[in-house]
Design a protein around this ligand. Structure first.
Ligand code: PLP
Length: 372
């Protein structure tokens, strides 16, 4: 059979073989211990104790692994996956390259924890220039980067990292595995927050890591089991259920982002509009070559915090909220969280509302917000 489409892959991802009388997606298995064989202990059973073993979690891992094209391990949150990766791989004396313009808690963790245990941390902007990777153990990039939406050529970076003996990990949160497949582009690892567009209903926290290397997956699994950074069965089940509609949600979010970016770019009172899917965007040449689909997230500048407040207040369809990738359109003034962004910088995450409704609402809210 030829390669299945995204919608087909999402709706079938990780489901068990059909059996008469069984549900399509089995319900969550709530268990801390499982029954053991009184003589052989766990024996050949896949389930002994809930921290290492849960069948609901394994089905979700099969699903995300199928979409990323590798083996997957899910974590309680994206931060748990990323910090788990860093602490699994890095030892005192190692050097790691991290994005200077990516998700800021990763930078805080690197400075506070990695720095304190003697790991050398180099912060580099997503667009580079990158230093020589000689002596580097791990390069982690976010592409598109949150919140600035810059993009880096993953295949080129993978070649450079591998030539120097370094590993390349890509944070695939913003793109999702439908937007890009970093393992196909040569990355060794994918990490991501599944809290965002992957699950998309703003009702759970999740993280994951994927790789084609058995050795890396085993090391990370061991880390997860000993630290206990696992999601609960209900969240894992909810995530799997939500994953089935990723293709549909992303299609609408992306179409909405295209229309909103067009609207914003055409207004003299909005500056610094960024969306990697716009041909005028600096990220477009690389993004359009390496990405399969564009995200629903864009950014722009309204000049100051007060105007951002007036804009969100006036909008009926834009909620003030952090996070992104959900069903509802949300706006976040990133400077309030400590991102190194201008005071009026807004990250807008387009939801699945009807495009004309969203464009009309944002347009009217900007009119109502007035100037700086
Ligand atoms: C790019 C990126 N990576 C990782 C994370 C962390 O994910 P979580 O909030 O699920 O821990 C986030 C959260 O916003 C993110 O935007």
């Amino acid at each position: 059979m030829s390669e299945l489409g995204d919608g087909t892959r999402c709706v079938r991802a990780g489901l068990p073989e059909p059996a008469p009388g069984d549900p399509f997606l089995p319900g969550p298995v709530f268990a801390a211990p499982y029954h053991l064989d009184p003589w052989q202990g766990q024996g050949t059973s896949p389930n002994g104790y809930g921290r290492p073993d849960n069948p609901t979690r394994r089905l979700l891992e099969a699903a995300v692994g199928e979409l990323e094209g590798g083996d997957c391990r899910v974590f309680a949150t994206g931060q748990a996956a990323i910090t788990g990766l860093l602490l699994t791989l890095l030892r005192p004396g190692d050097t790691v390259v991290l994005p200077s313009d990516g998700y800021f808690p990763v930078r805080a963790f690197a400075t506070d924890v990695l720095g304190a245990i003697g790991v050398r941390v180099l912060f580099v902007p997503t667009v580079g220039p990158y230093p020589s990777f000689e002596g580097v153990r791990l390069v982690l990039v976010e592409t598109p980067a949150n919140p600035g939406l810059d993009v880096v050529d993953v295949a080129a970076l993978a070649a450079e990292a591998h030539a120097a003996g370094a590993l390349l990990a890509v944070d695939n949160t913003t793109a999702t595995p439908l937007g890009q497949r970093p393992l196909d582009l040569g990355a060794d690892l994918v990490v991501a927050s599944g809290t965002k567009a992957l699950t998309g209903h703003s009702d759970l926290l999740l993280g994951y890591l994927a790789s084609r290397s058995t050795e890396l997956i085993e090391a990370v699994t061991k880390w997860r089991t000993t630290t206990g950074a696992v999601p609960g069965a209900f969240d894992a089940w909810l995530a799997h259920r939500s994953l089935a509609t990723l293709d549909l949600r992303l299609a609408r979010q992306s179409a909405n982002a295209a229309a909103v970016a067009e609207l914003l770019a055409g207004r003299a009172d909005v500056t610094a509009v960024r969306w990697p899917g716009r041909p005028e965007d600096p990220a477009y040449p690389v993004a359009s070559a390496q990405m399969r689909r564009m995200p629903g997230v864009l950014s722009f500048d309204l000049g100051d915090a007060d105007r951002v407040g007036r804009f969100i207040d006036a909008a009926r369809l834009v909620a003030a909220a952090t996070s992104f990738g959900g069903l509802h359109t949300t706006a976040d003034r990133r400077a309030q969280w400590g991102d190194d962004t201008a005071p009026g910088f807004v990250r807008l995450s387009c939801g699945v509302e009807d495009t004309p409704d969203l464009v009309a609402d944002i347009s009217a809210a900007l009119d109502a917000a007035g100037g700086v």
